[in-house]
Design a protein around this ligand. Structure first.
Ligand SMILES: Cc1cc2nc3c(=O)[nH]c(=O)nc-3n(C[C@H](O)[C@H](O)[C@H](O)COP(=O)(O)OP(=O)(O)OC[C@H]3O[C@@H](n4cnc5c(N)ncnc54)[C@H](O)[C@@H]3O)c2cc1C
Length: 255
């Protein structure tokens, strides 16, 4: 099936609370079989109605034309657009799972996800994946907070059985951990913020500095709050001399 790169209408099928602050929303739509899926951190741009009681109007544009089309829409119908990760894509069932961090009602996407119910409307645009460990990688490092957990969990679950990897995942505490089906050579460290606000803890960089990492050529995937990501990248490339092209990094949100 050919891949459609335009905003597609969809609606909520189910919602499932994974942890106190993470909810999985399954959406479906008539054209979602052609959504396309390139890999574990596949980006889905979501389109939400500008207000909870307003209708959802999607921009009528293909490819990169979607953003100018959104900007050209009048305020009262212009949708809210946010970036999320496809946790699971099922072309046959025309379904996507998206795991939303619930960080309160201050953000439209978090507020929408916290109140979502079957039948609620959303738009989704497929926008590709970035995670790409080179063939000569000996071991992988995954670093992220809850916003990167969907990408990191999907990447770990897709690793070959002999893979070597270390994952550092920042979260609120033990109730915020989720099961990840990891091959035996993968060590997952759940790093608790212990009451610190998201985006303010140094637990990730402190742990990374204290760890003895595997030998060989690494590939690192680093995503989450921008300051944490920048600090981790600086440590990897500056202190540990990991070549820049072996570190994928992305600020997923900014405190
Ligand atoms: C490539 C990519 C993939 C992503 N994948 C996911 C994903 O799968 N799941 C997911 O939950 N997020 C994901 N994110 C992050 C998500 O886009 C942001 O958290 C986004 O800001 C949420 O939008 P909002 O409308 O809820 O809040 P916004 O309107 O953007 O922000 C409102 C306020 O909330 C704060 N805020 C935003 N996010 C958080 C947070 N997580 N915790 C605490 N405070 C926050 C902001 O600092 C701001 O003050 C991804 C981002 C990128 C770039």
């Amino acid at each position: 099936m050919s891949v459609t790169r335009r905003p597609l209408p969809a609606e909520v099928v189910t919602t499932r609370q994974l942890t106190p602050h993470l909810t999985r929303i399954t959406v479906t739509g008539p054209d979602l079989g052609g959504f396309g899926y390139d890999g574990p951190d596949h980006l889905v741009r979501i389109f939400l109605a500008p207000a909870p009681d307003a209708p959802l109007t999607l921009p009528d544009a293909d490819g990169d034309g979607w953003w100018p089309a959104v900007r050209a829409m009048p305020d009262e119908i212009r949708p809210v657009v946010r970036n999320y990760t496809v946790r699971r894509f099922d072309a046959d069932r025309r379904e996507l799972d998206i795991d939303f961090v619930l960080h309160g009602d201050g953000g439209p996407a978090s507020a929408w996800a916290g109140a979502a119910a079957p039948g609620d409307r959303i738009g989704v645009l497929s926008d590709g994946a970035e995670y790409a460990p080179p063939a000569d990688t000996d071991w992988q490092l995954f670093v992220g907070d809850e916003t990167a957990l969907p990408a990191i969990a999907a990447a770990i679950e897709a690793l070959p059985s002999d893979a070597v990897a270390v994952a550092l995942i920042e979260c609120g505490g033990t109730p915020c951990e989720i099961p990840i089906a990891a091959p035996p050579g993968v060590t997952v460290h759940w790093l608790h913020r212990n009451g610190d606000e998201p985006g303010t803890s140094s637990v990730v960089i402190d742990t990374l500095r204290s760890l003895s990492l595997p030998a060989g050529t690494p590939y690192a995937f680093v995503a989450g709050e921008s300051t944490m990501v920048t600090t981790v990248r600086r440590h990897l490339c500056g202190d540990l001399d990991v070549p820049k092209d072996r570190v994928y990094f992305c600020g997923y949100w900014r405190r």
